[in-house]
Design a protein around this ligand. Structure first.
Ligand code: GLY
Ligand code: MN
Ligand code: MN
Length: 503
């Protein structure tokens, strides 16, 4: 549920009966007609059926989460929990405090879904003009129970009916209920209280119930790994918009240099395009010039952008349906790599090619990292950077080696989707150790990062950070690079910068 706001004491609103009556009258009728079933909703129905099959006879509670306060009575922009978005098809900022409940069907097989939320209030209510979080005067028109039902293909009920719906028939020999705890702590607490009232009070019962909640969360996270056709299309749209935003950034490089505070300028240019083409950025953009590129998640973006430096831009547009791209390009600000910059870039590119080639069904997720990191390790060995006498085999040893990781401490890949690090609750066996399957979308993003104060590398390499990141979908017999339209070889990248972002 939404955090309770701290309303300012000094404000007051008129409450006189005559004023209230005046506010209720004189409004044109609301538009008649209902929305069409959304495209996302059709796919969400299949996803709910898949969840249903895994938890027969149990009540499943998937909250969207609530509004978080930024300060006093001002909230952060709302983003629904990813499991909720996936199982309803709702995206953007919809719908604070909503809860999806999958109720075991009376027929004994499958579940009936119902969405509980706060619908648009009638104009004869105080909420209509006085509630700054749900009132039409404050946040605009919102769905009614009927319109949300038509859009999502689900029965809908007022949120006030949720407590009874959660409590019904729960007990030691009654219905089991599971909740995605992290999505909404208050709803999780409600479920805990219901369990307590139903007599599930022993330590064993409490921990078993919480473990069953975790299992639901894990299952919902894991089932997002293989994307359906609509999701793959969303990912391509996210990447296409990201590529356009990258072009705009490259076009603005001279301006970023000229204005000063250039990393901020880059962040703004990318953000402008992300907000225009989609819902916004899928994560805080990393706009890192020079040595900042050696900080993996440099999201402060407070630095200068200068000729002679590399700019590492790691950024992604998120679609209205919340699917995000995650792409990195590292470009010479001046349009020409220096010799050491090019050497590092080419090593990373070779590693990425090896990683990309390993993305195919039947290979395991971890094979992608193994392929890329071996190339990284070999270059570092050839450049004489590994400890003396350490061989390639020794550094690649998982237990005793890994010296090369000083310069690439992160993994090469992660699943990508509604979350930038998608499916993060999945078990290792289902993620890192699992085979790649058609429909999975992952990044391939090796890098090399030589910090300015790293005394173990030659001076000419210090302050150089390079990452190249593409988003790929696993196909029946290999992979398709969704971000292949963006320049990647050093010559292509130089030409792109020199042409002012024209590909
Ligand atoms: N942008 C974060 C990552 O590449 O994983
Ligand atoms: Mn990234
Ligand atoms: Mn990534």
């Amino acid at each position: 549920m939404s955090e309770k706001q701290h309303k300012a004491e000094h404000r007051n609103r008129p409450t006189g009966a005559a004023f209230m009556a005046f506010m209720r009258e004189g409004w044109a009728p609301r538009a008649a007609g209902l929305p069409e079933l959304s495209e996302a909703a059709r796919y969400a129905a299949d996803r709910r059926a898949a969840v249903s099959a895994q938890f027969p006879g149990e009540r499943l509670v998937i909250p969207a989460g609530g509004l978080k306060i930024r300060s006093n009575d001002t909230d952060y922009v709302f983003r629904p929990h990813s499991a909720f978005a996936h199982l309803t098809g709702l995206g953007a900022d919809r719908e604070p405090d909503a809860v999806l409940v999958l109720e075991p069907s009376d027929s004994g097989t499958g579940h009936d879904a119902c969405l509980y939320f706060v619908p648009l209030a009638d104009r004869d209510s105080e909420e209509f003009f006085a509630d700054s979080r749900s009132g039409e005067f404050w946040v605009g028109s919102r769905p009614t129970l009927q319109s949300a039902s038509a859009e999502l293909g689900l029965p809908t009920r007022h949120l006030s009916e949720l407590p009874d719906a959660l409590a019904k028939d729960v007990g030691p020999s009654g219905l089991a209920v599971r909740v995605v705890r992290e999505a909404d702590r208050e709803v999780a607490q409600q479920v805990d209280e219901i369990r307590t009232q139903a007599g599930l009070t022993s330590e064993e019962q409490v921990s078993a119930a919480q473990e069953s909640d975790q299992q639901l969360t894990r299952t919902l996270s894991t089932m997002r790994m293989v994307k359906d056709a609509w999701e793959v299309q969303q990912m391509q749209e996210a990447v296409d918009a990201t590529a356009t935003a990258f072009d705009a950034v490259v076009e603005q490089l001279p301006e970023a240099v000229r204005r000063g505070r250039g990393e901020r300028w880059i962040e703004g240019v990318f953000g402008l395009h992300a907000r225009h083409a989609g819902n916004g950025v899928g994560y805080d953009s990393i706009c890192a010039a020079g040595d900042h590129a050696t900080t993996l998640h440099w999201i402060r973006n407070t630095g200068e952008v200068q000729d002679g430096q590399l700019l590492l831009l790691d950024a992604g547009v998120e679609t209205d349906a919340l699917y995000t791209a995650d792409v990195t390009r590292t470009v010479p600000v001046s349009g020409t790599f220096t010799a050491p910059q090019r050497r590092v870039y080419e090593a990373v590119l070779e590693a990425q090619e090896a990683g990309l080639a390993a993305v195919r069904p039947g290979n395991r997720f971890k094979d992608v990292h193994a392929a890329a990191i071996e190339v990284i390790a070999r270059h570092l060995l050839d450049w004489g950077l590994l400890p003396e006498d350490v061989t390639l085999e020794q550094t690649l040893d998982a237990e005793e080696g890994q010296f090369h990781r000083r310069w690439m401490v992160h993994g090469t890949s992660h699943h990508l989707g509604i979350d930038v690090h998608d499916c993060a609750q999945a078990l290792r066996a289902d993620y890192v150790d699992a085979e790649l399957r058609e429909g999975m979308v992952l990044t391939v993003e090796p890098g090399l990062y030589f910090k300015a104060d790293d005394l173990l590398v030659p001076e000419e390499l210090r302050g150089i950070g390079v990452r190249i990141e593409d988003d790929v979908v696993v196909t029946a017999d290999g992979a398709r690079n969704l971000s292949a339209m963006l320049p990647r070889t050093p010559d292509e990248v130089e030409a792109w910068v020199r042409a002012g972002g024209v590909r």
